[in-house]
Design a protein around this ligand. Structure first.
Ligand code: GLC
Ligand code: GLC
Length: 840
């Protein structure tokens, strides 16, 4: 993975940043061999980012080295400052500058100086990013990563002089520290300009704002070279009225060497090198977070006790240790990626399934919707609904962590079975500001627990005793939590005995009880107090049906015999009501509003059909046996499917509707108002697969598949290696433009759709189901799946070119009755061959 010295011959030249502004240009390519996305020009349409870290210390890094980092909570423990909405985009945070003796200086990652480079390349890989560039014959390579289990980021810099003459080179590093609380940091200047404190010792810059009082944590920025100078004050470093693109210190080649008080603390090292022709030199920078025990905070009055952290610094400044850490990281990811791997005739499927989609699922698991370039890390904690769905794409990789997360979520559940909409990642307590009453929320817990059980067979989780609302003394087994989740819906039925919607269901913006006429009021939390007993959600009805069926299966497998029939009958009754009151003639209705008027019906002028109930009801099995599912999906194709994916509703709302809320606040084609809200598309793929229509399922998969959209990066604009939340719909002037990349339930659901329903290999309570639903053109494919302690090597053949239908399965040479592979648990490899076709 690591290149010893940069070789400019390997770097593709990019000529001029000014050329070719429009149309079809390429910003990079996938390297399937190295599992990297290689960006070949720095001026991507939006910052194309990557995440570093897998647990406590997390960082974002853009293709030009920008971004920010934090420890556990992006709001309360922000390590470096980031300016959202900045112009030029994505500058500040972290930076490197190189300077030659004639005064020429540049950033080897392009930003923030943005001097034209002779060559540039950024490789994003799983858990690391490497940026290489050439300017004036200086080849630079910077690799950024967070070692496993550590709370620090490594920047590993290699500089190589390709000139015939020796070079005097200076290196300046830069991080701007955040004063920990990211919201306060951006608002409370009258205090914050006075609180900043640092220490500098042996070339290490320690950020210790508020350490004197109640904090026991600090940050540090270290460097492997003897430093020629340092800076700690942003204002002194930049000089008055200057930006990060042209700091006075770098321009003059002279650091200030003083420890600042107050204002904006930064860390910058100055390093002086002389490089002979062809000489390479390596420098390691470490930016880390550390905590001390309360009674061991100080080594002398006011001085940080650094004994623990010094050991860590020494270790990771050692290149051999850094090498080993990077290697360990690579192994870690390869191991995770090997749990489900596929070889199909389609390269997009292969790279998404084998690398990028599970990778994105680990990021959404870690961060829910909290910290990205579009989520500020300030307002959104761990979403109840979101995280339960994120788990669906994660459990197979790290079941132990999934288990812990499930227990944390359940502990925030309310005694009535409901849920806080979010919880705080640091305290793990429900966030009262956002409150609850999103009536779909509790159901998702049933789905995540079901998925956990199917993957692991660990039924002991059902007996785990967990509190409600974090209150000691309220402990009940998880099984009880699930029962209450379902009961929550049964206790809240409306006039058609369909579930009441509350603040909203999955669609946060369908606010049928809100009636907000005051600008700025939160659609999410405001509720007209006279409302709430009429508006019903067909979506929740579908979701409940699905969850109740899962619950029945859970009851069966865990010896709660009495509940098996009960939940099945609840599911049936709900499905029946959907048939009666939730069917509009050609598709499933969306809801009834506060006045009992239909939403998502042919009777409406706008918003006649919505995607969500079509997907969820069919996934719950509603209408599958009587032709309605087919009809609903044909309606989806007719009214909602576009070349850029399936839009959420049609026609888009063209004005604000008091009775609908936020959905109608968005201009047509954006977000919940008729964009391709990517999260929902896999529900349709799964539904198509349930009906056996593999060509359609796959076609929908491809329409939003980031890799398949790479050639239209100039339209799509977001990263081509991961999903974005939304793609502007056909009503929007920017049809096809993606937004809000990375943190979206799209990641988990697409992984579920492609791996479990299209390729058709999915865990169940008593084994591994193989039931593909593929494009009929495919002659076959292969999946390797580790499952409950054995490896299944599954070869699927499709000689008669069908979409669906398992004709015969053999396991280790023996014919199997059915398509459920047994649980072996013997640490061995098992050869499975599956023949598709119609049974004689
Ligand atoms: C956002 C939210 C998610 C919600 C969706 C639709 O993605 O995070 O909870 O379901 O929007 O409104
Ligand atoms: C807005 C967004 C929605 C998101 C919600 C979360 O309503 O449109 O997608 O779920 O905010 O607060």
């Amino acid at each position: 993975m690591r290149n010893k010295a940069t070789n400019s011959g390997e770097l593709r030249m990019y000529n001029s940043l000014k050329q070719n502004r429009s149309g079809g240009k390429s910003y990079g390519h996938f390297d399937d061999e190295t599992k990297e996305y290689v960006i070949s020009r720095p001026d991507t349409p939006t910052p194309w980012i990557n995440y570093l870290g897998e647990k406590d210390y997390l960082a974002m890094i853009s293709n030009t080295g920008g971004g920010y980092s934090f420890y556990r909570d992006p709001r309360q423990r922000r390590v470096i400052r980031y300016r959202y909405n900045a112009v030029p985009a994505d500058n500040g945070g972290r930076a490197l500058y190189l300077r030659l003796s004639d005064g020429d200086f540049w950033s080897p990652t392009w930003q923030p100086v943005r001097k034209e480079l002779q060559a540039y390349e950024c490789c994003h890989g799983a858990g690391y990013t490497r940026i290489r560039s050439v300017h004036r014959g200086v080849e630079a390579e910077v690799t950024y990563f967070v070692p496993l289990g550590q709370t620090l980021e490594v920047w590993r810099v290699t500089l190589h002089n390709t000139n015939d003459a020796p070079l005097e080179l200076q290196v300046f590093s830069l991080v701007e520290f955040c004063l920990w609380n990211a919201l306060d940091d951006m608002t409370n200047f009258q205090r914050n300009y006075n609180t900043g404190e640092l220490e500098v010792e042996d070339g290490v810059i320690y950020h210790k704002t508020e350490y004197r009082e109640r904090r026991n944590h600090f940050a540090y920025f270290a460097c492997s070279e003897p430093v020629a100078g340092f800076d700690t004050s942003r204002d002194a470093f930049l000089g008055p009225y200057r930006g990060f693109d042209c700091p006075l210190v770098v321009q003059e080649g002279k650091s200030n060497n003083f420890v600042t008080h107050g204002w904006a603390p930064i860390g910058s090292h100055q390093i002086k090198l002389t490089l002979a022709p062809d000489e390479s030199h390596e420098i390691i920078f470490l930016l880390g977070y550390a905590e001390n025990q309360q009674d061991k905070k100080f080594s002398a009055p006011g001085v940080i006790n650094k004994s623990n952290v010094k050991r860590t610094i020494r270790q990771y400044l050692d290149p051999a240790k850094a090498d080993a850490a990077l290697e360990a990281l690579r192994k870690y990811w390869d191991e995770l990626f090997s749990i489900y791997s596929a070889q199909t005739p389609d390269k997009h499927v292969n790279r998404m399934v084998n690398v990028w989609n599970p990778y994105q699922c680990t990021v959404t698991f870690n961060l829910s919707r909290s910290a990205s370039f579009y989520e500020s890390g300030i307002s959104r904690g761990i979403g109840f609904r979101d995280t339960n769905q994120d788990l669906l794409g994660y459990i197979h990789m790290l079941p132990a962590r999934a288990r812990e997360r499930i227990l944390d979520l359940a502990a925030t559940q309310l005694p009535n079975g409901g849920a806080y909409h979010q919880y705080d990642p640091l305290t793990k307590r429900g966030n009262a500001d956002v409150g609850g009453g999103f009536n779909d929320d509790p159901q998702w817990l049933v789905l995540s627990v079901a998925a956990y059980l199917k993957e692991t067979g660990d039924y002991s989780i059902l007996d785990e005793s967990v509190v409600y609302d974090n209150k000691p003394g309220t402990e009940q087994p998880i099984y009880d939590h699930l029962k209450r989740a379902l009961q929550y819906t049964l206790d809240r039925l409306g006039p058609h005995r369909l579930p009441l919607i509350g603040h909203a269901d999955w669609n946060d913006c369908l606010n049928l009880n809100c009636f907000s006429a005051t600008p700025g009021e939160s659609f999410q939390t405001h509720m007209d107090t006279t409302a709430g007993t009429t508006a019903e959600s067909v979506f929740i009805a579908g979701l409940f049906t699905l969850a109740a069926k899962e619950m029945s299966a859970i009851a069966e497998c865990s010896g709660h015999q009495d509940d098996v029939a009960y939940y099945l009958s609840q599911a049936d009754q709900m499905a029946q009501r959907v048939m009666e009151h939730g069917w509009d003639g050609e598709w499933f209705l969306r809801a009834y509003d506060h006045f009992g008027t239909k939403i998502g019906s042919k009777e409406c002028n706008e918003g006649r059909i919505f995607i969500e109930p079509q997907g969820i009801c069919i996934m719950a099995g509603i209408g599958v046996d009587n032709g309605r599912a087919v009809q609903a999906l044909d309606s989806v194709q007719k009214h909602l499917a576009t070349e850029h994916g399936i839009v959420l509703n049609q026609p888009a709302y063209t004005r604000y509707y008091l009775n609908l809320g936020e959905i109608s606040s968005y201009p047509p084609g954006y977000k919940e108002n008729a964009s391709v809200f990517c999260h929902t598309n896999p529900w349709i793929m799964i539904s198509e697969a349930i009906l056996g229509r593999g060509d359609r399922a796959f076609d929908y998969y491809m329409r939003i598949c980031p890799s398949a959209r790479e050639p239209i990066s100039n339209i799509h604009r977001c990263e081509p290696y991961i999903y974005a939340q939304t793609i502007a719909g056909r009503d929007a002037p920017t049809f096809g433009e993606a937004k809000n990349s990375w943190l979206t339930g799209t990641a988990a659901w697409n992984l579920v759709a492609i791996t479990q329903w299209i390729l058709g290999v999915r865990a169940d309570h008593d084994g591994l189901i193989v039931d593909p639903c593929i494009p009929k053109e495919w002659s076959g494919f292969k999946v390797t799946r580790r499952f409950r302690g054995a490896t299944y090597v599954i070869e699927v053949k499709n000689p008669s070119h069908v979409c669906k239908g398992v004709k015969q399965v053999t396991v280790d040479g023996k014919i199997l009755d059915g398509k459920l592979l047994p649980i072996f648990g013997d640490n061995k490899m098992h050869q499975v061959s599956v023949l598709l076709g119609t049974k004689a």
